[in-house]
Design a protein around this ligand. Structure first.
Ligand SMILES: Nc1ncnc2c1ncn2[C@@H]1O[C@H](COP(=O)(O)OP(=O)(O)O)[C@@H](O)[C@H]1O
Ligand SMILES: [Mg+2]
Length: 258
């Protein structure tokens, strides 16, 4: 069975992959995550949307333990997130993360940026890591730039490299935190196209974005966050055409005007 068939079957049976239960997090007096319950199925694509400061980034960062939580639980594939050491490094590999800023290593080539994690964390041999990295760079349309340095690439190209770099670790889930919001308009589509393809191939994805085209094309579910809580969740079609809460109506009213 191919990995993709495996994923599709799992998606169909609705097995939960990432489960957050009663997750709470404070930054001092600010209650930034409030009783978050969220279960993400294998193969599911969840778009997280909501006003600035509502806790979307903190939610993503909690899922790969860049942020600790105060109480509640987060499990990946049935296992609680490890707190430290080698287990934490492995978790970070299993949860691919793509940020707004690309965070590529400036003094390493594109190819080295993609192979570094597999070699250092996964112990993959350089020749094997190179081969796999070239396949991934091919997939995101950057293979011909493999020997260049990040600064020689456009923002859209760098973001596609960042996606390839995360994929090189064979993650179970990919988190995207506003991956296109720092890009010039003409580059947004090339990144979204890669993400749509990934979704179609059955990758489990959590995507913070206000790109409604992406949400409508690729998401199974939209989660609307407001002031640290999940205020509403629904299918993209229902959420965008018929938001139930006043806060979601307000928010959509604002972003749709732009
Ligand atoms: N490290 C931090 N220390 C203190 N406050 C923070 C920190 N990170 C985020 N915050 C605050 O937490 C709230 C939620 O932030 P964030 O998760 O980044 O929201 P979003 O991604 O939805 O814009 C904001 O009010 C933000 O200022
Ligand atoms: Mg954010």
């Amino acid at each position: 069975m191919t990995v993709q068939q495996d994923r599709e079957i799992n998606a169909a049976t609705g097995q939960p992959l990432v489960v957050l239960e009663k997750v709470n997090k404070h930054f001092g007096a600010l209650h930034v995550l409030q009783d978050i319950d969220l279960s993400i199925k294998r193969g599911e694509v969840v778009v997280v949307i909501g006003p600035s400061g509502s806790g979307k980034s903190t939610l993503c960062r909690a899922i790969n333990r860049l942020e600790t939580i105060d109480d509640g639980s987060i499990t990946l594939d049935g296992q609680p997130l490890p707190a430290e050491g080698k287990a934490l490094a492995n978790l970070r590999a299993e949860v691919g993360m793509v940020f707004q800023s690309f965070n590529l290593f400036a003094h390493k080539t594109i190819l080295e940026n993609v192979t570094l994690g597999p070699i250092k964390v996964r112990g993959v041999k350089k020749a094997d890591a190179d081969k796999r990295a070239m396949e991934l760079l091919e997939r995101v349309g950057i293979a011909h730039q493999a020997e260049k340095y990040p600064a020689q690439l456009s923002g859209g190209q760098q973001q596609r490299v960042a996606i390839a770099r995360a994929l090189a670790m064979d993650p179970k889930v990919m988190l995207f935190d506003e991956p296109t919001s720092a890009l010039d308009p003409e580059m947004i589509k090339e990144v979204l196209d890669v993400m749509v393809e990934l979704a179609e191939q059955g990758m489990t994805m959590v995507v913070v974005t206000h790109e409604m085209g992406f949400a409508r094309t690729a998401a199974h579910r939209v989660v609307f966050m407001d002031a640290g809580a999940i205020a509403e969740e629904n299918t993209p079609h229902e959420f965008f055409t018929n938001p139930r809460t006043e806060r979601a109506q307000d928010f959509l009213g604002k972003i749709l005007k732009h």
